[in-house]
Write a new protein. Sequence first.
Length: 428
Amino acid sequence: SQELTGRRLSAVSHAVGVTMPVYCARAYGGIIEDVDGNRLIDLGSGIAVTTIGNSSPRVVDAVREQVGEFTHTCFMVTPYEGYIEVAEHLNRLTPGSYEKRSALFNSGAEAVENAIKIARAYTKRPAVVAFDHAYHGRTNLTMALTAKSMPYKSGFGPFAHEIYRAPLSYPYRDGLIDKEWATNGELAAERALTVIDKQIGAANLAAVIIEPILGEGGFIVPAPGFLPTLRSWCADNGVVFIADEVQSGFGRTGHMFACEDEGIDPDLIVTAKGIADGLPLSAVTGRAEIMDSPHVSGLGGTYGGNPVACAAALGTIQTLEMDGMLDRAKDIERLMKDRLGRLQADDDRIGDVRGRGAMIAMELVKSGTAEPDPELTKALCAGAHAQGVLVLSCGTFGNILRFLPPLAISDELLHEGLDVLAEVLAGL
Ligand code: PLZ
């Protein structure tokens, strides 16, 4: 790994950072094996991507078969069945029983951009609302949607215009000011809707985009009622409601999609990451009349819905549906919340434990206060990494430790990872 670090630093742009300076040789069942033979416990899944487990058997078989038949034709030139089949599954699996359509792309950011294009074509309005702490990508339009400056935006402007930001529901922090705000999402939604109504106006607004559970911004779960109130305001005002489920989707939270927990059906839903077990694929799925509103050939791209990535997605979907994977996410939630809850009871530096399914986080604060503690978070991550446990941090203040284990991980490995974490924390 040290030798590869030398080569990386002389060949790869230093602007591409790495979490751990170890180099992967293979990965399976919640373990990453590096080129030196070290085995790490993977509590990150490559940022919520290998949800069903790295190199999952049905994915490997489907990819092997497809790559031997053809690797690319471009769906816009000579289409193929795999793309259509992925679209059919997406239309079936996403919430809402009305007629839907899908379009496939390569990355989460690209799909978010396309969702905005579609919403603008449909509504013929310019403005888009995103929220505090939002993360939607690193391309120009998605940088404008993303909230946090460092490292995502700083120095990379000017950004796309007609993007506005509204306040989020953040139960832990809202609750410090007023207890009711922690539980009553309608209050927080009214605060956001006042900003939207007074500063933009529904008549100018194409779309509201939100992550049902925020990812990079800190695994924030809005208070119950927040999402449904926003959703119904959008319906009443002809505004397209877009759920960015790039991180929370595809079984991560114990449902196929996180918005199912709130019983909402978005007009458009953006998916990526967990959709294809690591092959680059993303999608926009939604109401047929919205998805069909741009002119013919208005959407596309050379690689969007690549046949090999589609084969991987079909293997992934089959695995998620056949192997009781969603129940496994719920089991992981119980195990993690029990263990982290017990840690929190003994340690007032853990301000909050939250999340759903295999998307769980703890918010670290200065002892006895609610002041974010990014230094402690960094030290805890570094200590865990040194002991072979791969954990990630996130959050606007860099003080959230997040857990995104693959659903293929065993209870034993999870416990081992959490034992290490508890030990490192106790020593800090
Ligand atoms: N929307 C909700 O979580 C990607 C980014 C990591 P891409 N999150 C991980 C990093 O530092 O770049 C993400 C997301 C949500 C959109 C995206 C963007 O997806 O596939 O990275 O473009």
